[in-house]
Design a protein around this ligand. Structure first.
Ligand code: NAD
Length: 321
């Protein structure tokens, strides 16, 4: 599989990455044995970038990923996170950032991670993220426990604000560039490109909306987004193209993003998603999807502190700047 350099780091990441949120049962209880096979099969197929967090399944994802990697640690790049530990449990203090890595390393059965990310920064006081969390992550890096550091979140302007004040190696954002969202290129890509910051695009299936199963119960998007997502899935089916494949192919065609992280838990999903490397998207189908998705293209949902929202009224209207 093709690999791309993550910004100016020395990490060469597979263009399709393994999102390990499902390993924490975030999308329903999974079969652990099957998930281990999925991890092994993904490595066999050239996927080398794995993203997890203590938050996913409240440490379950890290535990399972560490176990599933078995003796193949050297073949992969591991990204994990700190500062988010529950739905409303955040800690962006320097002390917690420095402690958290040791807990993650134990669960992941390794002595270092390749990328250490401050998780969902829009839930923090950005001043604390800038003055405490990022410098503490740099200390973790200097101690040899992480090769690179990054920040993650939904709110692009907050991510930019942090990266402007406290340089980071990568930015992970989710649900802002896929068949139902496009504003990453307005609010983030030029900034990241100019500074050589690696860009990681997560949730290409819009957190499962763009699959036949549809949105999980907890999905925060507005009903109209879910409804249009359902119609996109139906349209793709009618054209003989599974929606997850159309959605992934679309994301993989982005020229700057280094890697697209899709959540995976089964061998069959890995197999199906890898088929996109032999396929292209029909431009007519893409145009139809774009028309269908137009009314919700820039709808996101509130996430984090009020002052950190990209849009004052994220559920209404059209968002393009
Ligand atoms: P996603 O859009 O990748 O959707 C994942 C869901 O789609 C899972 O239920 C998965 O089983 C299913 N799926 C995958 N391939 C499929 C296929 N071919 N057919 C049918 N269903 C399929 O959402 P996600 O998992 O939330 O995002 C991907 C990853 O990105 C996460 O696992 C996580 O590692 C990362 N992420 C990070 C943040 C953050 O740091 N704030 C936020 C979101 C996601």
């Amino acid at each position: 599989m093709q690999r791309k350099r993550l910004g100016q780091t020395d990490l060469e990441v597979s263009v399709l990455g393994f999102g390990a949120a499902p390993l924490g049962d975030e999308y329903g209880v999974i079969d652990e044995g099957e998930a281990e096979h999925a991890v092994q099969f993904a490595i066999d197929c050239g996927i080398n970038f794995f993203d997890t967090a203590p938050y996913y399944g409240r440490t379950l994802s890290e535990e399972r990923l560490g176990k599933a990697l078995g003796g193949r640690r050297q073949e992969v790049l591991i990204a994990t996170k700190c500062s988010r530990y529950g739905l409303n449990d955040f800690d962006f203090s320097a002390k917690r950032v420095e402690e958290s890595i040791d807990e993650s390393l134990r669960r992941l059965r390794t002595d270092h991670v390749d990328l250490y990310q401050i998780h969902d920064i829009e839930f923090g006081d950005l001043r604390q993220v800038i003055e405490e969390a990022v410098p503490a992550a740099r200390k973790v890096q200097q101690a040899g426990k992480a090769r690179c550091i990054g920040i993650t979140g939904l709110q692009l302007k907050a991510l930019r604000r942090v990266a402007e004040a406290a340089p980071v190696d990568s930015i992970l954002s989710y649900a802002r560039y896929n068949l139902l969202a496009r504003d990453l290129d307005d609010l983030m890509t030029p900034f990241a490109k100019e500074r050589g910051i690696g860009l990681i695009n997560a949730s290409p299936l819009h957190l499962r909306i763009l699959t036949p199963k549809g949105a999980p119960e907890w999905h925060p998007a507005a009903p109209e987004v879910k409804e249009i997502g359902r119609k996109v899935v139906e349209l793709c089916e009618a054209r003989g193209k599974p929606a997850p494949k159309a959605a992934l192919r679309f994301c993989l065609d982005h020229p700057y993003i280094s890697t697209t992280l899709v959540g995976l838990a089964t061998v069959e999903q890995v197999r199906q998603n890898l088929e996109i490397f032999d396929e292209t998207n029909d431009p007519e189908l893409l145009a139809e999807i774009e028309d269908l998705a137009e009314p919700v293209l820039h709808h996101i949902w509130p996430s984090g502190h009020p002052e950190n929202q990209d849009y004052p009224d994220p559920m209404e209207g059209k968002r393009k700047e």
